[in-house]
Write a protein that binds this ligand. Structure first.
Ligand SMILES: Nc1nc2c(c(=O)[nH]1)N[C@H]1C(S)=C(S)[C@@H](COP(=O)(O)OP(=O)(O)OC[C@H]3O[C@@H](n4cnc5c(=O)[nH]c(N)nc54)[C@H](O)[C@@H]3O)O[C@H]1N2
Ligand SMILES: Nc1nc2c(c(=O)[nH]1)N[C@H]1C(S)=C(S)[C@@H](COP(=O)(O)OP(=O)(O)OC[C@H]3O[C@@H](n4cnc5c(=O)[nH]c(N)nc54)[C@H](O)[C@@H]3O)O[C@H]1N2
Ligand code: SF4
Ligand SMILES: [Mo]
Length: 884
């Protein structure tokens, strides 16, 4: 029977509403929920491809101990007894939980309650430490609470949006779509992007400040000094609702304009243009993300931004305010429950004795953590030096995503007892688990998440739990019960949610920002039917849009905000041996460590390989050819990646996506190169600025393969594999030519006695082409050459699914490109409709000179719209070429 369920996207912090439809055959399709106030029906490429990531390929389906399936009881008993023993022998601080902004609020709540209230340690931290900690610290320093003052509507109401260290177009695409739509109706809406590289978001901006890495404190201090003497300064607001302006101003004034120009790398004229725009526009929202947070001076960057909004009173009013964009679907929910090691619960401070007493009374718990626990980087250091005897990792993949990733891997490997709760079996982290607990994934689990604008939405299940998978809260509650703790007899998420809501309102009386007391009494049915709402939602108040701080009322003891004097300076991270700045981040169609998005062919086609973006002049100087392979290294580690030579990258700096890992590439975990260096206030690691050496990789022979089934093991100095429609595509790099390619292929691709073999070698250019067929079906095509292989990848992968009836068709595979009568779509640009660059070029040649016209003809860019900038670039390029 056909069924539609309203749920929420499990990827970014925009928190889009999704309608999942299951048809008679059980097939699932998704569309945007037109009634959800985050997206009003829109979705991005990742959201629209959700149904393609639901297969049980690679799923963890049974509890395992040392890789062997066991009964749940056995696994849970072992976890409870190992944690119990470690605590009995070494005390509660000898155990730790490392959880995730991808846990639902209910999972998170139970994890925090168990660790802080029952085990009695603060040692629960989360991947949000790598993500939101500097924002949390900045908010708490300025506002006395971790409060995001505004809401999404402000982005549409603003006249100026400043994106600081945010690639919104790729990382919060639906917010970008909302802004672009607002701009269509109000072309005066200006956008400024502040980013050391020209991201796609910078392409969309009216002004791009190509700032030096970590130049932001200088930039915003300069802005504060500028505003102080301008008409934009709001003396009334500053006097009535803040303290510390003078000290902050003095700190800001220590730099002259030319100092700021030096520290930011921006010409004075550009600085002044930005400062004047900020001065003369009233309705400003400053959005910031990881270019701000993931820095050794991240908290100061946050406060330097907030200072400018406080000084102009532009906060908490429609169209105005500082806006921290959250990364993960439930980064906010995790902060609400107190999932960070230095928080307690429900936005109460762990250092506050009265708060500890209040939470302990509420939980009726035997104990309460007396002090903050270890923050992520410290936690893995404690694992490495043996202080942590038992570690539970849930919904995060630290072997890939933590800085100093090789050392983190060793630490986990050597830890006496490691539990991993994950949905996938073979992640780089799950591979090291003593006990693997199979978790329910998106579509199977049930609970709530909170998005960037403090809106709480339901994630609902519409699929049965596969095999023995169980939700994360259940893993935790079962272990808690087995450890002898009372207060974990939950039967469903609704019971956990109402307890969390009750704690938020408990002895609150308006003293704490986070209060959803109005939901403390709701029934399971009401929870089931709950529609998205913003917090706060105090008992006895109506639901509605909420903003904070237009009239002060901050959460400090005197209810005034604090200006924070910020004096930190940008530090040079490069050296003679490591002269390049390594910057890292995200691409449009992959999510973090790819455990889900890597399953969708559509999402793997946009950028199918780990790569390093490098400026053409640097590439030339280092003798790095177009599509050559490059080694990046420093004292921490090394990686090998494909060169993407591009003007988007400034000289002296390279950009690498964070996504690739050992499941998808030989040696591309970029976090192996990152120092475990953190912001002193927030403990957030600096993931965007480290020195590296860049050189051509020692590769003498290249290969490219399309294969019908994934090879068990790949062995080459360089390989990278990506899902394709009817199989996989694999890139190779070897340090010397292969002697016997047929034998190598048979061994690598498991074609022992199978596969009719066709081969072609091009003598002078030493190109080799091999095809292996099972009747009319292509099993493997392998192309090799002494230089990067010039095969049409997108054409080649399409051949996997075809019936190659004639010998002629099979021989044509060896050509590596389509025949004269066939179209080569070229590299995918629009992943929603699988439209390639050549098709777009064709449409332009045929007279489509606007993005809309191309959309009409090919559908490209008409769904999520994330590729519209790229399409425009292709049109512009074609027209320019035609004009030259
Ligand atoms: N497609 C996709 N979307 C995602 C995610 C994903 O994995 N894939 N992950 C989600 C998560 S968890 C997060 S946290 C967000 C992150 O969202 P973003 O923060 O927007 O993404 P990043 O690419 O990490 O970094 C943003 C930009 O910061 C710039 N930057 C680097 N150093 C500096 C600096 O010193 N100053 C300034 N001003 N800018 C700098 C980088 O060049 C980069 O373009 O994305 C969320 N959305
Ligand atoms: N170099 C560099 N490193 C970075 C960053 C960067 O910009 N640059 N960004 C940092 C940031 S902001 C973030 S947020 C992190 C993200 O890094 P991670 O959290 O490590 O990345 P994910 O791939 O999202 O990991 C989620 C894991 O949970 C599993 N999973 C999915 N759903 C569920 C579920 O319902 N239950 C359970 N138990 N498991 C589930 C997935 O299979 C996967 O293994 O990376 C950080 N690391
Ligand atoms: S913007 Fe995309 S990834 Fe983010 S919540 Fe919406 S659909 Fe999901
Ligand atoms: Mo994040």
């Amino acid at each position: 029977m056909e069924r539609e369920v309203k749920t929420t996207c499990p990827y970014c912090g925009v928190g889009c509403g999704v309608i999942a439809r299951t048809d008679d055959t059980g097939a699932v399709s998704v569309k945007g929920d037109p009634d959800h106030p985050a997206n009003f029906g829109r979705l991005c490429s990742k959201g629209s491809a959700l149904a393609e990531t639901l297969s049980t390929d690679g799923r963890a389906l049974h509890p395992e101990i040392h890789g062997k399936s066991v009964r749940w009881d056995e696994a849970l008993d072992l976890v409870a007894s190992k944690f119990g023993e470690a605590i009995a022998e070494h005390g509660p601080d000898a155990v730790a939980f490392y959880v995730s902004g991808q846990c639902l609020t209910e999972d998170y709540y139970v994890a925090n309650k168990l660790m802080k209230g029952f085990i009695g340690s603060g040692n629960i931290d989360t991947n949000s430490r790598l993500c939101m900690a500097s924002s949390v610290a900045g908010h708490r320093r300025a506002f006395g609470s971790d409060t995001v003052p505004g809401c999404y509507e402000d982005l549409e109401l603003a006249d100026l949006i400043v994106l600081v260290g945010s690639n919104l177009a790729w990382c919060h695409p639906v917010l970008n779509q909302r802004i672009q739509a607002a701009r269509q109706s109000r072309p005066d809406l200006k956008i400024v992007t502040i980013d050391p590289r020209r991201s796609v978001s910078a392409d969309l901006a009216d002004m791009h400040l190509m700032i030096k890495s970590d130049g932001d404190v200088a930039l915003f201090n300069g802005l504060l000094a500028h505003l102080a003497g301008s008409s934009a300064f709001d003396q009334d607001y500053v006097s009535a609702h803040t303290i510390g302006f003078q000290e902050a101003l003095e700190a800001a004034q220590t730099r002259s304009l030319s100092d700021i120009s030096g520290e930011t790398g921006l010409p004075i004229a550009e600085l002044l243009a930005f400062y004047r725009l900020f001065e003369t526009t009233d309705k400003i929202v400053t959005c910031y993300s990881q270019g701000v947070n993931q820095s050794s001076i991240g908290s100061d960057k946050v406060n330097a931004i907030i200072n400018c909004h406080l000084a102009t009173g532009r906060i908490g009013r429609p169209g105005m305010g500082p806006f921290s964009l959250t990364g993960q679907p439930n980064a906010m929910g995790g902060r609400e429950v107190g999932g960070l090691a230095n928080m307690l619960a429900a936005h109460m401070n762990i250092e506050d004795e009265a708060a500890r007493d209040r939470v302990q009374r509420f939980w009726k718990s035997p104990t309460i953590a007396a002090r903050p626990g270890l923050k992520a980087v410290e936690m893995f250091e404690a694992v490495a030096d043996g202080r942590i005897k038992a570690l539970w990792i849930m919904a995060t993949n630290p072997v890939v995503s933590m800085p100093d990733a090789d050392r983190v891997r060793e630490a986990i490997r050597n830890c006496p007892f490691v539990v991993v709760s994950d949905i996938q079996k073979n992640t780089d982290t799950a591979a090291l688990a003593h006990v693997l607990l199979p978790a329910a994934g998106w579509g199977e689990k049930d609970g709530t998440v909170t998005n960037s604008e403090r809106r709480i939405s339901r994630q609902r299940n519409f699929l049965d739990l596969p095999a023995e998978t169980r939700p994360d809260w259940w893993h935790l509650a079962e272990v808690a019960k087995r450890m002898g703790f009372k207060g974990f007899d939950y039967e469903r998420p609704a019971e956990i949610f109402v307890e969390h809501a009750a704690l938020s309102g408990f002895e609150n009386d308006g003293a704490r920002d986070f209060d959803i007391g109005a939901k403390a009494q709701i029934s399971s049915d009401a929870f089931e039917a709950m529609t998205p709402f913003q917090w706060p939602h105090r008992e006895g108040t109506p639901e509605g849009a909420t903003r904070f701080f237009a009239n002060g009322e901050f959460y400090t003891p005197d209810r005034k905000a604090r200006f924070i004097p910020v004096r930190s300076e940008r530090e040079e991270r490069t050296s003679k041996d490591t002269p390049f700045i390594l910057n890292t981040g995200r691409i449009r169609d992959q999510w973090h460590t790819m455990t889900r998005t890597g399953k969708a062919a559509r999402l793997s086609s946009h950028l199918a390989e780990p790569f390093v973006e490098i400026n053409p002049a640097d590439a030339t100087e280092l003798l790095i050819g177009k599509a050559g392979l490059v080694r990046l290294e420093n004292a921490f580690g090394s990686v090998v990646l494909r060169a993407l030579v591009t003007e988007r990258q400034p000289r002296g700096s390279v950009f690498v996506p964070m996504h690739w890992n050992d499941e998808y590439a030989a040696n591309a975990r970029v976090d192996a190169l990152l120092a475990p260096r953190t912001d002193p206030v927030s403990g957030q690691p600096a993931l965007k600025n480290i020195g590296v050496k860049v050189s051509p990789a020692d590769i003498a022979f290249y290969g490219f393969a399309v294969v019908a089934s994934r090879p068990e093991r790949l062995d080459a100095p360089y390989w990278a594999i990506a899902k394709a429609e009817a199989g996989w595509r694999v890139e190779f790099g070897f340090d010397k030519p292969l002697d016997d390619i047929e034998a190598w292929c048979r061994e690598t691709f498991g074609l022992w006695d199978r596969g009719e073999h066709l081969a072609y070698a091009d003598g002078p250019r030493q190109q080799q082409r091999h095809g292996f067929f099972d009747g009319e079906r292509l099993l493997v095509a392998f192309y090799a050459a002494p230089e990067p292989v010039g095969v049409s990848r997108d054409w080649a992968v399409k051949q996997l699914g075809l019936r190659l009836e004639t010998m002629r068709a099979r021989v044509a595979i060896l050509a590596g490109r389509p025949g004269a009568n066939q179209m080569d779509p070229g590299a995918t640009v629009c992943s929603c409709f699988s439209v390639g660059v050549n098709q777009i070029v064709g449409a332009v040649a045929g007279g489509c000179h606007t993005v809309e016209a191309v959309g009409k003809q090919l559908n490209a860019g008409t769904n999520c719209g994330s590729c519209r900038v790229e399409i425009k670039g292709i049109i512009d390029g074609c027209l320019r070429q035609a004009a030259e």
